[in-house]
Design a protein around this ligand. Sequence first.
Ligand SMILES: [Mn+2]
Length: 443
Amino acid sequence: MNREWIEKQWQGAELGDKRLVKRAIKIGNACLETPGGSLPEKFGSWGNTKGAYRFFNANGVSHKALQKVHNKNVVQAASETQKMVLFIQDGSELIYNTHKCSHGLGPTADAFGQGIMFHTALAVEWTKNHAPMVIGVAKQTPWIRPEYSEDKKSKEQEEKESQVWLNTLKDIGRPPSGCQWVSVGDRGNDIYDYVVGAVDEGWDLVVRAKHDRTVVVDDKKARLKAWIRSLEPKGDYKLDLRARGEKFSRIAELKVCWGQALLQPPQGKAGKSISVTYVRAYDPEDEDLEWILVTTLKVDSVEDALTVVQIYEQRWIIEEYHKCLKTGCRIEDAQLKTGKRLLALLGILGIVATQLLKLRDLSRQQPDRPAKEVIEKEIIDIVKSKYNLKGEISLRELWRRIAMLGGFLGRKSDGNPGWQTIWKGWLRIQDILVGMAMVKNCG
Ligand SMILES: [Mn+2]
């Protein structure tokens, strides 16, 4: 199942040479099988590792060329589903400070760092009150920052980088009619030009507000924060902070309110005003817990407002994605030395990481459903005989056991297994299946 998927992500990729496509598929498979291994561990032999190094160095091999087919597959899948699709955007960086003789890298957020900046739009299928399901990377843009000189302000660079949010949507294209596509972004996404541009491109959006802008409410100018904080709460909402991996292990009881306003161009800038809705979710007892969200989605009821809040809540998936790339695939440990090779590696691992997340998502869908309705009998049989289970088992039970094969302890206090243990357990099952098939063929 995994091999087939990998093949589809690079079949027909324009890398300039058919042998490079074969190599890309081989490398994709190796990365999927040993995501946490070093490059020589991933590729198994020195010959294969050298082959991979040559691959990353080849002329036609670039991040863009490596992700093009995948991006197309993802956008295609997003236009075919009946469900809402969230395009969760965020930026991050890969840091290669310890690479002594590397070249072709640039400054990172930490002025002394060097590395690669990148911005990703992750497409996620979502239905309210259900577990989300990652589709894949709709668009990923990496770039190397130029070295700053004293006289050249970094502000200019910042301005340029802020355009990546809108350019990402333009690259993905207009949402097809009948599709519910929503772009989701954090405070870094609170950009007037972005909101205007996204609406022009036919997108809906949910963005966390950062700036205390001037807005127009009922024909009167107002400060966003003073105005939205003056509104009466209209509903309640429970947020499980523990599930989001935050240090406060508690359930927060949030209040919700909302109001319509006209978003204005920033002071001194020409432009139109845009009608948007602001939704505020907050904990009256904890002033650190406040989300002010701006959205183009229709909000007429508490239900609608909670939908917006829940959409924003899905943003943690992209943090998980970054974690998957960095700690899961260990992309920052790669000894590839040059920016070109590291960018190409991101081209592959950026796609592989979505599969690790997808398996985890899968394990959280319909937990009470009998496993046999979804998963192959052979897999269920392996798990049942390993743990001496009798009778029918649910999907929840099956995935917990698979994660236990990967080192998950499965105590009550351990909560849901993370993607690392699920992935390890899943690979062990695949090994057993391959072993069984070999025995069968020998007999
Ligand atoms: Mn961010």
